[in-house]
Design a protein around this ligand. Structure first.
Ligand code: SAM
Length: 230
């Protein structure tokens, strides 16, 4: 049984996809999809030996070795052209790390731009959106998922080299689709963030050293969030 977070990511994988799940840990995501025949082929990529072994054991235990190739390596380096990957999932990492994995994959020719990217950053969503927009990706779907008292973001992106997507500062921070929905979960996420920023601003104001520049930055962030929550 997949967590809600991973099952929402899995819902964007299409029947017949060749999937690369990067940072797969126990390979739960590719195993769930392969056992339901939702993917034709999957790679479970891992950089750390322990999770790589765990992924191998899980795939063997479920009898999925013909469908899932477990590979040890850094980011998208585990992908070869003959894998004909059509979808890449990178979940449960910071947005900065996800962007670095995509960037290195692009530079080394492992990311062709034809793959659908299904990304679930735990933090640093803005950094990831910035990378996607700068590299001609359009964010086609976004979701907020609440699980175990945490709110996660999920985004799906596809590349159209003929289009140069643009984004406003508000879209980069709050998302392309999430702000307009202004759902209860969106409000909850940003209310929490607002309270966090207010606590930091309070402690900066009380601090004896001069923190004016930082205070101004937090004040601006608070105002931006207040504006969106109105
Ligand atoms: N994707 C799973 C999920 O969302 O539940 C596991 C997330 S776990 C927090 C992150 C995993 O990514 C770890 O197992 C870690 O070893 C792996 N990882 C981190 N950097 C990586 C990289 N550059 N290439 C491949 N795997 C990486």
């Amino acid at each position: 049984q997949l967590s809600l977070r991973l099952s929402r990511a899995a819902s964007y994988v299409e029947p017949g996809d060749h999937l690369a799940d990067i940072g797969s840990d126990h390979a739960y995501l590719p195993c769930a999809l392969a056992s339901k025949e939702k993917v034709a082929f999957a790679i479970a990529g891992e950089i750390v030996e322990g999770p790589f072994q765990a992924a191998q054991n899980q795939v063997k235990r479920l009898g999925l070795t013909e469908k899932i190739s477990v590979r040890l390596g850094d980011g998208l380096e585990v992908i070869s052209p003959e894998d004909e990957i059509t979808a890449i999932t990178i979940c449960g990492m910071g947005g900065l790390l996800i962007a670095a994995i995509l960037d290195s994959g692009l530079k080394k020719g492992h990311l062709t731009g034809k793959e659908r990217l299904i990304l679930q950053p735990n933090i640093g969503e803005k950094t990831l959106r910035e990378w996607l927009v700068a590299h001609c990706y359009t964010v086609t779907a976004e979701e907020l998922i609440e699980e175990n008292d945490k709110i996660y973001e999920l985004m799906v992106a596809v590349k159209d080299p003929s289009k140069k997507p643009t984004a406003t500062a508000t879209q980069l921070t709050f998302g392309f689709h999430l702000k307009d929905e202004n759902s209860a979960i969106f409000k909850k996420k940003w209310q929490k963030e607002l309270e966090k920023n207010q606590r930091i601003l309070d402690s900066l104001t009380k601090s004896s050293t001069d923190q004016t520049a930082k205070s101004i930055q937090f004040q601006a962030e608070i105002q931006e969030i207040e504006g969106v929550l109105k």
